[in-house]
Design a protein around this ligand. Structure first.
Ligand SMILES: Cc1cc2nc3c(=O)[nH]c(=O)nc-3n(C[C@H](O)[C@H](O)[C@H](O)COP(=O)(O)O)c2cc1C
Length: 387
């Protein structure tokens, strides 16, 4: 068993254990991948202020996200096809999150369904909604999430159309997995993954198959997205969905202060500053650079969360010290899941928790609520020199 000390260790193991097609699906950004890279690299532009001779005993990373207790403000982001990274992946990730005390968010494009996750976990989870053209299907998804006692709805706003990720097209990404001459050779080296998949019945988009009508081709992700996702999604529809859901609403994919103000006006409980992990608008600002302007616009009136680019507890601390109230990890937990299943997701959370706790201590703080900009060295033009 290798000694895992950081998220990169999990990534290396993940790459070895999961078919290339699914590794590439995770580890890609759209087009030139500029935003995908910037998301990670821009965290390095912020430095931490080391403080000494501060009593470090009795530290806590516990806090709340949308009024719900969390062991640390690091939720698992919605990730489509998680159940192809590892058999029953969504159930395993939900269980790891539950045991750790952080929220799990189930994607509309998951392999395990809302019901699968609800039946196999006990803590309430959050459901992420993509808005489809088929309004009955959307209503049905919301009703199913209510029936499963989901405690938050994460409505994703930055994917009405799918950003092109070159490798998915080159690899012929499909669900269920279709062996081709090219990927069979690769598959033969992924015995653990293959055995897991043989041992489960959950191998397709179970939120959709048997629930949505009039979808002609579900096997090709890009074809299906083009056909089914609603390109007409606008603020009026967001408002209607808020009403239909009636519970805590988190709007995901906000990158601009003007959109943040709209989200506030609509009455969202929280927003996620996010560019979908660099998978949509290539050339957009990294999430961490976008955060200060959004906080300035709405930070005292709505809970602001952030994802995109977090690979360590230091990254989490930087977002919190800037003023975010919560964060999410996408790829960081998928690396763990693909590497070691549920234990790998737990490991990813442990790694990030330890880094967050130690970094907080060495910055001279005992509680996350005490963090602020004084803990950071932020370049004067960090928000951008672009105007
Ligand atoms: C493989 C993959 C699939 C994703 N699928 C979804 C999805 O189904 N719904 C959604 O709202 N976001 C999705 N996202 C975006 C994540 O929720 C999150 O915004 C992103 O992963 C954060 O960036 P990070 O991976 O750098 O942490 C996906 C991200 C990845 C990497």
């Amino acid at each position: 068993m290798p000694v895992i000390t950081c998220i990169d260790d999990l990534k290396r193991l993940y790459r070895r254990r999961v078919p290339k097609m699914f590794y590439d699906y995770c580890e890609s950004g759209s087009w030139t991948e500029q935003t995908f890279r910037d998301n990670v690299n821009d965290f390095q532009d912020i430095l931490l202020r080391q403080r000494v001779a501060v009593d470090m005993e009795g530290r806590s990373t516990a806090t709340k996200m949308i009024g719900q207790d969390v062991a640390m403000p690091v939720a698992l982001a919605p990730v489509g096809l998680t159940g192809m990274q590892c058999a029953d992946g969504e159930i395993k990730a939900a269980r790891a999150a539950e045991a750790f005390g952080v929220p799990f968010t189930l994607s509309t494009m998951s392999v395990c369904s809302i019901e699968d996750v609800a039946e196999n976990s006990t803590a309430p989870f959050w459901f992420q909604l993509y808005v489809m053209r088929d309004e009955d299907f959307v209503k049905n998804l919301i009703d199913r999430a209510k029936a499963a006692k989901c405690s938050g709805l994460v409505l994703t706003l930055d994917l009405q159309i799918l950003g092109q990720r070159h490798m998915d097209l080159k690899n012929g990404l499909s669900v269920p997995f279709r062996p081709t001459f090219g990927n069979i050779a690769n598959l033969s080296t992924k015995v653990r993954w293959g055995l897991g998949m043989l041992g489960t019945k959950r191998r397709t988009f179970r939120n959709i198959v048997g629930h949505a009508t009039g979808v002609s081709d579900l096997s090709s992700l890009s074809t299906w997205t083009t056909e089914a996702f609603d390109p007409r999604l606008d603020w009026a529809k967001v408002k209607a969905i808020k009403k239909m859901w009636g519970g805590p609403l988190i709007l995901k994919g906000i990158l601009d202060a003007e959109d943040a103000k709209m989200a506030l006006k609509i009455g969202a409980d929280a927003i996620i500053v996010s560019n979908h992990g660099g998978r949509q608008l290539d050339g957009a600002l990294s999430a961490i650079r976008a955060l200060p302007a959004i906080l300035e616009a709405v930070g005292d009136k709505v809970e602001v969360h952030l994802d995109s680019g977090i690979r360590s507890g230091q990254d989490v601390l930087k977002a919190l010290a800037l003023g975010a109230k919560g964060t999410y990890i996408g790829r960081a937990f998928i690396y763990g899941l693909g590497a070691m299943g549920q234990a790998g997701v737990t490991k990813a959370l442990e790694v990030i928790h330890k880094e967050l706790d130690f970094t907080m201590a060495l910055c001279g703080r005992r509680n996350l609520g005490d963090l602020n900009r004084d803990n950071l060295l932020v370049p004067e033009d960090f928000g951008g020199r672009w105007g």
